[in-house]
Design a protein around this ligand. Structure first.
Ligand code: ZN
Length: 415
């Protein structure tokens, strides 16, 4: 796999770039456009972070950006970007590593990712390595999600991901410092910062950051900034999170959603289409509305109305799909519709997109295998097919899809 590819050094006012990215996106027009806009994007993100954290003079000169390609893994884990401190020539350097796949997958925007990671870098610079290490994860992630404006979408995404649970709110609110910090803690982290902002304004959040940078402990800094004892702040943040999430979740909506999903499980596709089309009309702007488009498309595909289903999948992919965790599933099922309609080139392009932009997807290996089969059997491009099978063998040699690819290659060689 292609390794590090781009190294940018940010300076406080001007960005100098030393670009060596030659990964899988290097030749695409989309990357060319992103790269051209990158200095301005970084500068904007830096300005947002300085403004949000109240650190106007923050020097980001020692921030280094690395962009790397992700290998095909199929492990289901969407890797977030990350930021760490590295020593070079005795100086501390903040390294931000990002992956372009979530950007090209349409899940997250590059500027949002950069603002989030620059917030981490800024906190490391403002607090120093040791104090930053001691800072609870809810503060680090809460501030990064808040500064990047990702909060509402994080909430939406987790309500989608937990829609099958009987009480998603209880799944998401478990106490700011309880247990190991995991991705599903992000909504609660953000809502704690939002609670402080509700009480004391943006100035209150800036004050907490300033106190932390001055060496105050986390609990004291938030207590002072919120004008409460720490225990009161913690309880207040929890109540705020529970009420915000319960309002967004809406128990009545959840109940009608559960009814629709029972129809999906029972494969009553007519009923699925009808009930979800109704739900979409009334509750389009909710997590359930985000998910509904996907299941309506699935139902229509099952009812053999492929053209209609394709339109639905496209609308879902271009619209609410990004917060549902179902974009790769939508591409996969839309590929099946295209194949049924005999549109093999389009199907192949969709499967290619899964393998390239969703390497963590459970469909990634099967999608790459399918491109090989389509190239070989439908498009009469044996060499193209061979290259795809070999790529699969190299990426995931132990997968069942690789076994199949091995079989295809042996057959091709025998002919
Ligand atoms: Zn983060």
């Amino acid at each position: 796999m292609t390794r590090l590819l781009l190294c940018l050094v940010l300076s406080a006012s001007l960005l100098s770039a030393e670009e060596t990215y030659s990964g899988k996106y290097a030749e695409t027009a989309e990357w060319a456009a992103l790269r051209e806009g990158l200095p301005a994007t970084l500068e904007r993100s830096g300005a947002i972070v300085r403004e949000r954290l109240g650190a106007a003079d923050l020097d980001l000169a020692m921030v280094v950006l690395e962009i790397r390609d992700l290998p095909l893994s199929g492990n289901g884990i969407v890797p977030s970007a990350n930021t760490w401190t590295r020593r070079r020539d005795g100086k501390a350097e903040q390294v931000i590593r990002i992956h372009l796949e979530p950007v090209f997958a349409g899940i997250e925007r590059l500027d949002t990712i950069l603002t989030h990671e620059l917030t981490h870098a800024a906190l490391r610079i403002l607090l120093g390595e040791n104090a930053h290490e001691a800072l609870p994860h809810w503060v680090r992630e809460g501030l990064a999600v808040w500064a990047a404006g990702q909060g509402p979408n994080r909430v939406r995404m987790w309500l989608c991901l937990l829609s099958e649970k009987s009480d998603p709110v209880a799944e998401l609110v478990n106490g700011l410092e309880a247990g190991k910090h995991v991705l599903r803690d992000y909504p609660e982290d953000w809502l704690a910062i939002a609670y402080l902002e509700d009480r004391a304004g943006v100035e209150g959040v800036r004050k907490a950051v300033k106190l932390l940078a001055g060496g105050m402990s986390c609990h004291d800094a938030f207590a002072v900034a919120a004008g409460q004892a720490w225990g009161e702040f913690e309880a207040g943040a929890r109540a705020h999170a529970e009420s915000a999430l319960t309002a967004a979740w809406d128990p009545a909506l959840h109940e009608s959603w559960a009814g629709a999903m029972a129809n999906v499980r029972a494969r009553r596709w007519d009923a699925v289409e009808k009930s979800l089309a109704e739900l979409l009309e009334k509750h389009a702007d909710t997590w359930a509305g985000d998910l509904a488009g996907y299941y309506v498309a699935r139902a229509r595909a099952r009812l053999e109305r492929e053209e209609q289903a394709l339109g639905d999948f496209d609308a879902f992919i271009a619209g609410p799909g990004r917060v549902t965790g179902l974009l790769d599933d939508a591409l996969w099922h839309s590929g099946a519709c295209l194949e049924k309609l005999g549109r093999f080139e389009d199907a192949l392009a969709g499967y290619d997109r899964i393998a390239r932009d969703f390497p963590w997807s459970g469909h990634a290996a099967a999608a790459l295998l399918r491109t090989g089969s389509l190239a070989e059997e439908e498009l009469d491009r044996a060499e193209d097919a061979r290259e795809r099978y070999e790529r699969l063998l190299k990426a995931l040699p132990k997968s069942k899809e690789a076994d199949e690819a091995r079989g295809r290659l042996a057959e091709m060689d025998g002919e």
